[in-house]
Design a protein around this ligand. Structure first.
Ligand SMILES: Nc1ncnc2c1ncn2[C@@H]1O[C@H](COP(=O)(O)OP(=O)(O)OP(=O)(O)O)[C@@H](O)[C@H]1O
Ligand SMILES: [Mg+2]
Length: 249
């Protein structure tokens, strides 16, 4: 029997010292699906993602991750300053003992797909723009061909055109390789374009999920007008208004 790959979070709570950050979080990510987490700054989104990726130790509740492999793109790029673009992207491949030549070829390929130029390959992080660093960091995660990808606002420093290109690239990976993604974003339109489920995380009094929206329309049918329409709908939802404090006083 084939193993079921999934990530299941049950009754998760977490504190930093005496400060409660997350309370009673429950959700599930299935193979080939995208779950995104939206919510205001400081609400515990990054903390939740780090817990799911085992970058923080769980205190309370359960996380069951049966995906075969995972990789992570951090909110800040975290590139190694002494390595150039290609060596940074190839880092995880080299750690998996893939030969330098092969690793570099894979890294160059994905770098081009991510809109980096051949002229950029030898550059060091200090000579890259914020958006370029973000692309390198995202490429470094995707080049590993993981079953599940943890993404912490990977598109925040990108212009609209590039954002769209990389979103399409992700959709292609979901369709062809059944990539699964747990995704943090501030951008409701992005969440609507990519997700099967959107979880709304409210910060007050402690980070908790106030609502989940499921989107059944196939991703390839989500054109601009679908995304605008759904965004308008979400923005008039009382939970979204309340969570993001959008109400006019
Ligand atoms: N290592 C840490 N030690 C103590 N407190 C922390 C630590 N990391 C985060 N926090 C606190 O936990 C809370 C949630 O932070 P987190 O980074 O998870 O929020 P976020 O929702 O990702 O915010 P943003 O949208 O701004 O990225 C914040 O109050 C933050 O100050
Ligand atoms: Mg964050």
């Amino acid at each position: 029997m084939e193993k079921i790959e999934e990530l299941k979070v049950e009754n998760l709570s977490f504190s930093f010292g005496f400060k409660e950050i997350l309370k009673n979080i429950n959700f599930k990510l299935n193979k080939g699906e995208v779950v995104s987490i939206v919510g205001p700054s400081g609400g515990g989104k990054t903390t939740l993602l780090h817990l799911c990726a085992k970058l923080l130790t769980l205190e309370d509740g359960k996380i069951r991750n049966s995906f075969n492999s995972s990789s992570f793109a951090f909110q800040e790029a975290r590139l190694l300053p002494w390595k150039n673009v290609i060596d940074n992207i190839a880092l995880g491949l080299r750690a998996k003992n893939i030969k330098k030549e092969n690793a570099n070829d894979l890294a160059k390929n994905i770098a081009l797909k991510f809109g980096l130029q051949i002229d950029d390959f030898e550059k060091f992080p200090k000579d890259l723009s914020g958006g370029m660093k973000q692309r390198v960091s995202f490429a470094r995660a995707l080049v590993l061909n993981p079953s599940v990808l943890f993404l912490d606002e990977p598109f925040s420093a990108l212009d609209i055109g590039l954002k769209k290109e990389l979103q399409s690239l992700l959709i292609e990976e979901i369709n062809t390789n059944k990539l699964s993604i747990l995704f943090i974003t501030h951008d409701l339109m992005e969440a609507i374009k990519l997700s099967d489920e959107i979880l709304v995380l409210k910060a007050e009094p402690v980070g908790h999920i106030v609502k989940s929206f499921k989107i059944d329309t196939p991703r390839e049918k989500r054109d601009d007008s679908f995304v605008y329409e759904q965004t308008a709908k979400l923005l008039s939802d009382e939970y979204i208004i309340n969570t993001f404090e959008l109400g006019f006083k």
